[in-house]
Design a protein around this ligand. Structure first.
Ligand SMILES: Nc1ncnc2c1ncn2[C@@H]1O[C@H](COP(=O)(O)OP(=O)(O)OP(=O)(O)O)[C@@H](O)[C@H]1O
Ligand SMILES: [Mg+2]
Length: 250
């Protein structure tokens, strides 16, 4: 008996982006991400990782190509529908500094018109999930938390409307090694508990190997290879991928 292939939750087909000043950030990227998997995008600074991630939730409109979420072209979805389906943690965490933590976490539920009690219950649940205490943290401002705590709030906010797909742009950057390890552990626990599909941008290959089911290597706006860590290590499709993996060994 053959097993029916599982439909991808996210698909990019020939996605290209040239900015107004003529910079080509993406030169035609195609990929498919399947339900429940974590895909890490790695590559040097300026290789197009953030741009690609932002085409997935329409924060960047591609110059060419298509993005589909659960089979539907995102170009035709209204922003509210998209926010319900896609949680997003931007590269800087993106918390609104003059909003208390509680209000930050409630951002999408508010946009979706949830009533106060439902929002409050959800905020409590999400903060607990990421290891923060409602009593101690909910009424502070982002500037009154540590960097690691802010990262957790950004996660909580991305998860608040229970989207099936989550986009994380260097969520563990600029943290000390111990906090990073602790957040990695939490990420893997959450992954097991919630079964979300995640696309994670990082320039730390060790992090990608630790957290991802598949790794995509980007360079100069192209996706050179997308495969399991084992596939990348055993069958690098490009000398750059090979060199990158060599660096990991030293
Ligand atoms: N709004 C913009 N206008 C013009 N060029 C842009 C714009 N945003 C990004 N770029 C350019 O597009 C290219 C890709 O940028 P992008 O932010 O996607 O890189 P990245 O891989 O996320 O890098 P990093 O690891 O430094 O975050 C870079 O050359 C960048 O300067
Ligand atoms: Mg970036």
């Amino acid at each position: 008996m053959s097993i029916a292939p599982i439909a991808p939750i996210l698909e990019a087909v020939g996605v290209a982006k040239t900015y107004g000043d003529g910079t080509t950030a993406l030169g035609g990227v195609s990929l498919a991400v399947h339900p429940g998997e974590t895909v890490a995008l790695v590559g040097e600074s300026g290789s197009g990782k953030t741009t690609l991630l932002r085409t997935f939730n329409r924060m960047v409109e591609p110059s060419a190509g298509d993005v589909r979420v659960e089979g539907q072209p995102v170009a035709g979805l209204d922003p509210f529908a998209l926010r319900r389906r896609i949680g997003y943690v931007p590269q800087d965490g993106g918390l609104i500094p003059h909003w208390r933590i509680e209000k930050n976490v409630e951002l999408v539920p508010r946009l979706l018109g949830w009533d106060r009690d439902r929002r409050r219950a959800r905020t409590r649940e999400m903060l607990e999930l990421v290891g923060l205490d409602l009593q101690a943290h909910a009424s502070r401002y982002p500037g009154e938390l540590s960097g690691g705590q802010r990262q957790r709030v950004a996660f909580a906010r991305a998860l608040a409307a229970d989207p099936p797909l989550i986009l994380l742009d260097e969520p563990f950057g600029a943290l000390d090694a111990l906090t990073r390890l602790e957040l990695h552990r939490q990420f893997l626990d959450l992954k097991k508990a919630l079964g979300k599909t995640t696309v994670l941008v990082t320039h730390d290959l060790a992090e990608a190997f630790r957290l991802a089911d598949r790794i995509g290597v980007m360079r100069a706006g192209r996706l050179l290879q997308l495969g399991t860590p084992d596939e990348l290590a055993k069958r690098p499709a490009d000398p750059y991928v090979e060199a990158l993996l060599e660096m990991r060994r030293v």
